[in-house]
Design a binder for this molecule. Structure first.
Ligand SMILES: Cc1ncc(COP(=O)(O)O)c(C=O)c1O
Length: 414
C-alpha cells in the first residue's frame, strides 16, 4: 500500500461522521426491536409522528399530489421556479401581512437551499455568519461548506428573554470587521428551543439593524427562517412582525426561507423558496438574478410537482381550508405533548429553554453527551447539542410523554 491517506482538495475539512441524529434513531430502533416498542422513547426524529409513531402526513396534500398528471412529476421546472409557485410561496409566507417594498422569490430545494444561496451570495468568503447560540446544527455546516465561519450571540438573557444586548454587541463587532453581514434568525417555533421573538423583540431587532445600516459602506442581510411557522399558532400572531420588513434602507435586505417540508408535511419533496424584501427595485431584481444563477450552478431546477402542489393548495380556497384544518390537528397534538412535558418539568424542577411552540423542547445541561448516554440506559433517546439536550416532542406520542421529565431529571449531569 502507498502512503496516500486523502484524495480531497485542501479546502475540504469535513470529518467523516455518521449523522448524529440518524445514528441515534437507529439505536432507538434496535432497542425497540429488542425490548418492545412500548418500552422505548425515541425523541430524536425531527418530523411529526402520529400517536402510533408513524410519519404524520396531511391526507389532503397527499391526495392532491397523487392526482397530478405524469408530466408534473417528470418535467423540468423553470430554473427559478414556476410563476404560479413563486406567487403562492409569497402568499403562503406573508398572508395578510405582506410588507411594502419589492418582493421577489426564487425556488430552492427546501429552506436549506434558501439558506445556502443567502450565505453564498450575501457574505464574503471567510466572513462570519451570525446566529444564536441555540441553533440548528446545519447552519454551521452550511457556513463551513461555503467557506464561511459561524459566530453566535446569546439567545437568552438571565430572565430567559431575547438577549437584545448580546445581539447588538455581536452585530456591531462583526460589522467592525466585515463589509457584509448575514444574520440567521429562526423564529417562530425555533429549532431547537421552541422560542419565538415577540413582536416587540422583532421591532427592536429591525430598529437596531436599520441603525447599523446607517453606515452605507456595510451590507446587511437578515435571513428569517420560518421553517416551523405554521405550527406556531394563528396567522395574526405568527406573521404580524413581517410588516416590519417594510421601508428598509437599500443596504439592508430581508430574505425569508420558505419551505413546504413541515407546512405541508412534504419533507422529502425538497420544495422551498428564498423570498427577498427590499425597498430598492434594482436590489430586488439583483437578488432574483443571482439566486437564479446559483440554482443553475448548484442543483439546477427544483421539484416541479412540489411547486405545483403548493400552487394548487394556495389557489383553491376549499383545498386550503382542508389542509389548514388537518395541520391544525397536528399543531394541537404538539401543543398537548408540550403541555404534558412542561407541566411535569415544572413540578420536578427540570429546567428547559423558554418554549412557545414547535417540534422541540430543549433542556440546558453542561454535559449533553454524557447526559444523553445516561438517558439511553433508561431507554430515552434524545439528541445532545452543544449546550443541552434536544427532545423532539414531535416524535413522541402522548401516552409515552407522561413521566418523561421526571425520568430525565433523575439522570442529568448539570
Ligand atoms: C431550523 C430549520 N431551518 C430550516 C430547515 C430546512 O428544512 P428543509 O430544507 O427541509 O426546508 C429545517 C429542517 O429541519 C430546520 O429545522
Amino acid at each position: 500500500m502507498d502512503s496516500i491517506v486523502s484524495m480531497v482538495a485542501r479546502h475540504v475539512n469535513t470529518v467523516r461522521a455518521e449523522d448524529k441524529i440518524f445514528a441515534l434513531n437507529r439505536e432507538a430502533g434496535s432497542a425497540a426491536l429488542q425490548l418492545g416498542k412500548e418500552k422505548v422513547v425515541n425523541a430524536t426524529v425531527g418530523s411529526i409522528l402520529d400517536e402510533d409513531e408513524k410519519l404524520a402526513v396531511l391526507p389532503t396534500v397527499l391526495r392532491t399530489l397523487r392526482n397530478f398528471p405524469d408530466s408534473e412529476f417528470a418535467a423540468y421546472a423553470p430554473i427559478s421556479g414556476t410563476t404560479d409557485y413563486l406567487e403562492s410561496a409569497i402568499q403562503a409566507t406573508f398572508k395578510e401581512y405582506r410588507p411594502e417594498g419589492y418582493i421577489k422569490a426564487v425556488a430552492t430545494p427546501g429552506g436549506t437551499g434558501a439558506l445556502r444561496h443567502t450565505i453564498w451570495n450575501y457574505s464574503d468568503i471567510g466572513d462570519a455568519i451570525l446566529t444564536s447560540d441555540w441553533f440548528w446544527g446545519p447552519y454551521k455546516t452550511l457556513a463551513e461548506e461555503n467557506l464561511r465561519k459561524i459566530n453566535f450571540f446569546s439567545l437568552f438573557d438571565n430572565e430567559k428573554k431575547f438577549n437584545l444586548n448580546s445581539f447588538e454587541m455581536k452585530v456591531s463587532e462583526l460589522l467592525d470587521r466585515q463589509g457584509s453581514l448575514v444574520v440567521l434568525l429562526n423564529s417562530p417555533a425555533q429549532n431547537p428551543t421552541g422560542y419565538a421573538l415577540s413582536d416587540d423583540e422583532w421591532e427592536q431587532v429591525i430598529l437596531f439593524l436599520k441603525r447599523a445600516a446607517a453606515d452605507k459602506s456595510k451590507r446587511i442581510t437578515l435571513l428569517c427562517d420560518i421553517a416551523y411557522i405554521d405550527y406556531a399558532g394563528k396567522t395574526s400572531d405568527t406573521r404580524k412582525f413581517m410588516k416590519l420588513f417594510s421601508g428598509m434602507p437599500s443596504n439592508l435586505i430581508i430574505i425569508v426561507a420558505f419551505s413546504i417540508s413541515k407546512s405541508l408535511t412534504m419533507y422529502g419533496l425538497r420544495t422551498g423558496a428564498a423570498i427577498c424584501v427590499s425597498s430598492n427595485k434594482a436590489i430586488a431584481q439583483e437578488f432574483s438574478d443571482v439566486l437564479e444563477a446559483s440554482n443553475r450552478g448548484t442543483w439546477s431546477n427544483g421539484t416541479r410537482c412540489g411547486m405545483k402542489l403548493l400552487s394548487e393548495v394556495m389557489n383553491d380556497k376549499e383545498l386550503l381550508s382542508k389542509v389548514d384544518e388537518e395541520r391544525e390537528e397536528l399543531r394541537q397534538l404538539l401543543e398537548k405533548r408540550a403541555e404534558t412535558f412542561l407541566e411535569e418539568a415544572k413540578s420536578v424542577k427540570l429546567d428547559t429553554c423558554p418554549y412557545k411552540s414547535g417540534f422541540f423542547i430543549t433542556i440546558p445541561v453542561i454535559q449533553p453527551e454524557e447526559s444523553c448516554e445516561l438517558m439511553k440506559k433508561d431507554n430515552i433517546f434524545a439528541v445532545p447539542i452543544s449546550k443541552g439536550i434536544r427532545f423532539a416532542i414531535c416524535s413522541v406520542p402522548l401516552n409515552k410523554m407522561k413521566g418523561i421529565a421526571g425520568r430525565i431529571k433523575k439522570v442529568l449531569i448539570y
